[in-house]
Design a protein around this ligand. Structure first.
Ligand code: NDP
Length: 330
């Protein structure tokens, strides 16, 4: 038997999210290369909040065990690539949406979806990073691929006190950038400065409709918010600067004009963590293991139990969570 959060459905929406004891035989079957993992830690990401509350149609199959990421140890494997005892991490691939996810003591997934836990990173640290932190690293790698270097100018991080934002602030500071953190939580200024933000700005300055072109300021942007915030970030990015877009905490709309792109050569780079190819995942996890400040990571993470993940779901959607919620499923 193992303990899991299970989502039940009526008319395409989550109607119940309950803690249940399930039999091992309930774990999903795979025709080939299925791997069973004893989960050590999972997390509550923004998308888990959507799944658990039913606020958006994130869940594709019912009943569903939510949890878009987990870290743990392989206990049984039909995939020659994985042996019992291997330490693994998983992000995305529709896990927690169309396949049973990590908010459970056991998971059975396709071997191809697993990444080996980088040496020196504990399962707890991997989930303190989680999908949010791994997405922050995908944004940083995209900025680097587009040629943004330390010393080029200020980097704006929006939704800075959230999971993606907190890790992005810490990573970019460690890499030598001057980071400007945008937040709606004035009382988290000291937290963000502690992670390395050189300046903390009120997100109200970015979240209302703005002019198509504004004073040039940012050499790069990590945007987790979308909507007017992303539009204003593009409008105030310097000539040749790079904006990475990964989130929609403010909204899915993008009320932007072409002006920043055709007059300032600004690049807008989309970031997807769910279907990112294995090489990109491994590169991101390797860089997280080597570049992320572990002391800062302890400040970013709070640990909760499985039952507490249920009440955390509406809180993360309301923007009320600081940093990362790590779920100790045992
Ligand atoms: P969090 O909830 O931890 O952080 C989001 C932050 O956005 C909040 O803490 C808040 O920060 C800010 N925010 C919330 N509501 C609003 C609003 N109405 N207007 C402006 N800012 C707001 O979520 P995550 O960090 O886990 O995820 C951030 C976003 O990235 C989400 O939209 C998520 O779906 C997306 N995401 C996308 C991925 C991908 O593959 N592309 C992967 C992972 C996440 P503050 O109070 O500091 O302003």
């Amino acid at each position: 038997m193992f303990r899991a959060i299970q989502l039940e459905q009526n008319a395409d929406k989550t109607t119940a999210a309950v803690l249940k004891d399930l039999d091992d035989s309930a774990l999903p079957a795979f025709e080939a290369r299925g791997v069973t993992v004893d989960v050590a830690y999972s997390t509550v990401n923004f998308k888990d909040g959507l799944a658990i509350t039913g606020r958006s149609p994130v869940v594709r199959k019912w009943p569903m065990v939510p949890g878009i990421d987990f870290a743990g140890t392989v206990s049984a494997s039909d995939d020659p690539a994985w042996q019992p005892g291997d330490a693994v991490v998983l992000n995305g691939w529709g896990v927690g949406e169309s396949h049973w996810g990590g908010l459970a003591q056991k998971a059975r997934v396709l071997g191809d979806w697993l990444v080996r836990l980088p040496a020196g990173l504990s399962p707890f640290e991997a989930m303190a990073i989680g999908t949010a932190g791994y997405t922050a690293m995908l944004c940083v790698l995209a900025l680097e691929r587009q040629g943004v270097k330390a010393g080029d100018g200020e980097i704006l991080v929006t939704g800075a006190s959230g999971g993606v934002g907190s890790v992005a602030v810490s990573l970019l500071h460690r890499l030598g950038h001057r980071v400007v953190a945008s937040t709606g939580k004035a009382d988290e200024a000291a937290y963000l400065q502690g992670l390395g933000a050189a300046e903390v700005i009120d997100r109200a300055a970015l979240s209302a409709p703005g002019k198509p072109l504004q004073k040039e300021r940012w050499a790069g942007v990590v945007d987790t918010v979308g909507s007017h915030t992303l539009a204003n970030a593009c409008a105030s990015t310097r000539y040749g600067g790079v904006v990475t877009a990964c989130g929609l905490a403010q909204g899915m709309d993008l009320p932007v004009t072409v002006a920043p792109f055709i007059l300032r050569g600004v690049s807008l780079i989309g970031i997807d963590s769910v279907m990112a190819p294995r090489a990109q995942r491994e590169a991101a996890w390797a860089r997280l293991a080597s570049d992320l400040d572990r002391v800062a990571l302890q400040r970013i993470a709070q640990t909760i139990g499985l039952a507490e993940a249920l009440e955390a779901a509406p809180r993360i959607l309301a923007g009320g969570v600081r940093g990362r919620l790590v779920v100790d499923v045992n």
